[in-house]
Design a protein around this ligand. Structure first.
Ligand SMILES: [Fe+2]
Length: 159
């Protein structure tokens, strides 16, 4: 018989926490993919700074994907993989390379806010179970996406 996890969390708790993390992973992947695409296709007089801004964000987001997926595995659950699985779990739509730079940034601001909402929704299951490791990961991702959203807002001229 396969060894079951014995880390102080019940199977129900691990399943509920992983369900939240699955959505976090799918939204994070969709945002990573769109940010990288806009890094390629953004156009305008501020091309260089936008290109570099987006490179910093997609690189940070890419590195986090592995950490999120491996937290799901450490809980004893399987991580979703593949475009179809992510598409079913994520509410973030593909980007449109024809858009102008302001529309691209406005979309990325909203998508970062979507990830932030998904992260906040994942907290209760982790908190209720006393799963500090997941709560810590969610906190780190909240800080990162709030910072990304601020930088995009500031580039658009907002506070
Ligand atoms: Fe590049």
């Amino acid at each position: 018989m396969a060894a079951a996890p014995n880390t102080g969390l019940s199977a129900k708790q691990r399943g509920e926490i992983a369900a939240g993390l699955n959505k976090v992973l799918a939204d994070s992947y969709a945002l990573y993919l769109k940010t990288h695409g806009y890094h390629w296709n953004v156009r305008g007089p501020n091309f260089q700074s936008l290109h570099v801004l987006l490179e910093g964000q997609y690189s940070e987001e890419w590195a986090a994907l592995d950490t999120i997926a491996e937290r799901i595995r450490a809980l004893g659950e399987l991580a979703p993989q593949g475009y179809a699985a992510f598409g079913n779990l994520s509410s973030i739509k593909d980007g449109d390379p024809e858009q102008d730079w302001e529309a691209m940034l406005t979309e990325l601001k909203q998508d970062n806010e979507t990830v932030i909402a998904t992260l906040r929704a994942a907290f209760p299951a982790a908190d209720d179970a006393g799963d500090e490791a997941t709560a810590d990961l969610l906190t780190q991702r909240l800080q990162a996406h709030e910072k990304h959203a601020w930088m995009i807002r500031a580039t658009l001229g907002g506070k």
